[in-house]
Design a binder for this molecule. Structure first.
Ligand code: FPP
Length: 227
């Protein structure tokens, strides 16, 4: 049985899904995508997962229209306001990775309030990657190390990353058909098993996750060693 503590997901395909449904606005896809986040979070908690990290907004997503960027921030704010009860009722801790400083103040406040109210929970930790880019995270960690003026080790460097509290990623899933990592958790995925799915994120179901989990269990993880 492979150990499975941490699943990370690149939730791609919202815009294409909206277009496929005949909607003019890509935002409809994000709205539908947020519903899948809720379902997957409940399922992750039920199967005893420790960490579920979701790529909600990348450092590159600022290149999108102002309308889409501001919609995504408001959607995250609404999502957190609504899901607080789910977190409180189910022992779910909420965390983030990414540089929160350039987010709108209302969202920074919602994020810090949600973290504060869930910080002692011991079930699933849901980690949203917001204004997150792995290269940015690594550079911020390097600068911390430079400031300290001491040589780093793998462990001490790991402790300087946004994700220092979490175990490494066991399983990375990307929906939407593209086969790339897009600046997501480059360090943390060193030994992750990867699954690239054609399904668009708003159509990704709990059953699809379960099928991936079956395949994950059939993979032989050697972590650089031999059998
Ligand atoms: C990628 O699809 C998705 C995003 C950039 C945003 C992800 C956001 C959500 C799933 C919903 C909000 C999340 C929370 C936690 C409330 P895309 O827009 O690049 O799709 P496309 O490749 O089809 O254009």
């Amino acid at each position: 049985m492979n150990d499975l503590k941490h699943i990370a997901i690149i939730m791609d395909g919202n815009g294409r899904w909206a277009k496929k449904q005949g909607f003019f606005k890509r935002m409809v896809g994000h709205e539908e995508g947020a519903k899948r986040v809720r379902e997957l979070t409940i399922h992750a908690q039920n199967i005893g997962l420790k960490y579920l990290t979701l790529y909600a907004f990348s450092t590159e997503n600022w290149k999108r229209s102002e309308e889409e960027v501001s919609f995504l921030f408001k959607l995250m704010d609404r999502y957190l306001q609504k899901e607080l009860k789910l977190f409180l009722d189910n022992d779910i801790r909420f965390e983030t990775i990414g540089d929160l400083n350039s987010l709108p103040k209302y969202l920074q406040k919602r994020i810090s309030d949600t973290k504060r109210q869930t910080k002692d929970f011991k079930g699933l930790t849901q980690v949203l990657a917001v204004n997150y880019g792995s290269q940015d995270e690594i550079v911020r960690a390097v600068n911390k190390a430079v400031k300290k003026g001491t040589e780093v080790t793998v462990d001490s460097f790991n402790n300087m990353l946004d994700s220092s509290d979490f175990d490494p990623v066991d399983l990375l899933i990307r929906t939407g058909g593209d086969v790339r990592i897009s600046n997501f958790l480059l360090w943390q995925c060193a030994y992750a098993e990867m699954f690239f799915e054609d399904t668009l994120w708003p159509e990704f179901t709990v059953d699809m996750l379960d099928k991936i989990l079956e395949k994950f269990q059939q993979r032989e993880r050697r972590f650089g060693g031999v059998e």
